[in-house]
Write a protein that binds this ligand. Structure first.
Ligand code: GLN
Length: 249
């Protein structure tokens, strides 16, 4: 078995160690003897995106998101929408997550028309939502708890019938109002969680890998790994964030 991973716009969308997600995915595959390759695809690259099984897009500032608009219109946008509908797995973080929706309108009124690959939109808020946070994945995304770090002014609102990735237990998530966090559409997983998200949330990492392997091979039984350190890190952050939130209330 093998997986082909595409890291989209690694030079531009690269906040808070988000590329650590790639290292986590490749390690968890290699520990199980599953081959994988990672292609970095940036602005102007004409790489055929249909060859990949799993895409990763990290976060970026408003400015960097605006820089990408031309490249998305130059063909990559169609290829990304096609891959989404084809059931390919996507992990998209913060600015990369916002990019999958219809648009992002900054607080200053600059409107970036994005991909519309998933039915949601984002508007810039007055205050930034910055802190560690915790959410629980929906059952269709494995149901485990996820710890992460969010830093965004954009408030995301999901369209009717679009499922969030999870429910906020502490923190803001999509907009600080409806307790939704991220999006799950086909095999697209969008989240505000930087940090990077996957190393401290190994169940979620394996869930993503399983969707990609199942799509390619029909089934995938991932052998369990010795996740003692990862689970300790996850639990320590979760306890800290949840207790902190209770004390502050
Ligand atoms: N520029 C976006 C916002 O502030 C995304 C930021 C990010 O990726 N951290 O909402």
């Amino acid at each position: 078995m093998e997986l082909k991973i595409c890291h989209l716009y690694p030079e531009v969308l690269n906040l808070y160690g988000d590329r650590g997600n790639i290292r986590c995915l490749t390690k968890r595959l290699s520990w199980r003897g599953i081959d994988c390759s990672v292609a970095r695809v940036g602005i102007g690259d004409q790489t055929d995106l249909s060859q990949f099984d799993l895409f990763f897009i990290g976060g970026g500032q408003d400015f960097e998101q605006e820089v990408l608009l031309g490249d998305l219109k130059g063909g990559k946008g169609d290829a990304i929408r096609g891959a989404v509908e084809d059931g390919k797995t996507f992990l998209c973080i913060c600015g990369g997550y916002q990019m999958m929706g219809h648009y992002y309108e900054t607080y200053d009124g600059v409107k970036c028309e994005f991909l519309g690959a998933v039915d949601f939109y984002t508007v810039g808020g007055k205050t930034r939502m910055i802190d560690n946070y915790v959410f629980r994945l929906g059952e269709e995304s494995g149901g485990s708890t996820v710890v992460g770090f969010e830093n965004h002014s954009g408030k995301t609102y999901l369209g009717e019938g679009v499922k969030p990735l999870g429910t906020v237990l502490a923190g803001n998530g999509n907009n600080g109002e409806d307790r939704t966090e991220g999006v799950r559409y086909r095999n697209v997983f969008g989240s505000y969680s930087h940090g990077p998200i996957l190393p401290k949330n190994p169940e979620f990492a394996d869930f993503l890998l399983t969707t990609a392997l199942e799509r390619r091979y029909g089934n995938a039984q991932l052998e369990p790994l010795a996740d003692g350190f990862e689970k300790t890190a996850h639990d320590a952050v979760m306890n800290h964030v949840l207790n902190h939130e209770v004390k502050d209330a």
